[in-house]
Design a protein around this ligand. Structure first.
Ligand code: ADP
Ligand code: MG
Length: 254
């Protein structure tokens, strides 16, 4: 199990500073939340962790691994999985096939052996299929197993994306606004799944949201960002009474 460490990370795009000298550490087993208004730099932090963006300054470490030096696929293979703020699924594939893509992450058998379809490959396929089916049951999307993504309601699509990340059996799960665009009932459902993933599957979770309601109920630790800067980091009940946070964020009404 590895700590995820941000050390004085900055990210600039031309004149825009998306992340400004931010440091934090997520210890294994945490349910850690990052909140802040739109444009605060939350997604940029995830993009730096997963290797999509390179920090302009600073270090990101996962145990002994320097994530700044690795490609997105290498970072995923370390056990860091994510979902996206705008769902990124294969729309013209079924729910099961999308989740199977996640399940194949570390089932590496190379082109030759898959051509021969050896016993090893067959076993691997059976294992991937079983894992995908377990996750489908866990997320209660059995009836959509063979549905095409584009035909499904938004809330179900969000759940499938969560399933694909889970199928990678990651050590850390990065969830970017998992409840965005959902109604109250769908939000409660997703919150319950996140709690179960944390408590039963024992995953470390970093949860990003601009809406603090769900986060405050379920997170153990909250970091608040505003205009790329870290305003505060504390347990939820201290965050809601923090002057800086109230002024900069809650007072903003967004
Ligand atoms: N690829 C990019 N090019 C230019 N600016 C970007 C890029 N990605 C993010 N930004 C800018 O960085 C800032 C933070 O964005 P983002 O991390 O998406 O915020 P959040 O997820 O908190 O809403 C915003 O001002 C945004 O416009
Ligand atoms: Mg975002």
């Amino acid at each position: 199990m590895n700590n995820l460490v941000f050390e004085n990370v900055s990210l600039k795009f031309g004149g825009i500073t998306a992340i400004n000298n931010v440091s934090f550490e997520v210890i294994p087993g945490r349910l850690f939340a990052i909140i802040g208004p739109n444009g605060a730099g939350k997604t940029s932090i995830f993009n730096c962790i997963s290797g999509i963006y390179r920090p302009t300054e600073g270090q990101i470490k996962f145990g002994d691994n320097h994530l700044n030096l690795l490609r997105p696929d290498e970072i995923a293979n370390l056990g860091i999985a994510r979902t996206f703020q705008n769902i990124e699924l294969f729309e013209n594939m079924t729910v099961l096939d999308n989740i199977l893509i996640g399940a194949h992450r570390h089932l590496d058998y190379g082109p030759i052996s898959s051509l021969i379809f050896s016993k090893k490959v067959r076993n691997i396929e059976v294992e991937a299929r079983k894992r995908a089916e377990d996750i489908i049951d866990f997320l209660e999307i059995e009836q959509f197993r063979y549905s095409y993504i584009m035909s499904l309601p938004y809330g179900v699509q969000k759940r499938v994306e969560l399933g694909r990340a889970l199928a990678m059996d990651p050590e850390i799960l990065l969830l970017d606004e998992p409840a965005a665009g959902m109604n109250n009932e769908e939000t409660e459902d997703i919150a319950r799944f996140i709690i179960d993933i944390h408590e039963e599957m024992k995953k470390t979770i970093i949860l990003v949201d601009h809406d603090m309601n769900m986060v405050m109920d379920i997170a153990q630790e909250v970091m608040v960002l505003n205009f790329g800067e870290k305003l505060a980091q504390d347990e939820p009940k201290k965050i809601v009474t923090n002057e800086k946070v109230i002024n900069a964020y809650l007072g903003g009404g967004s």
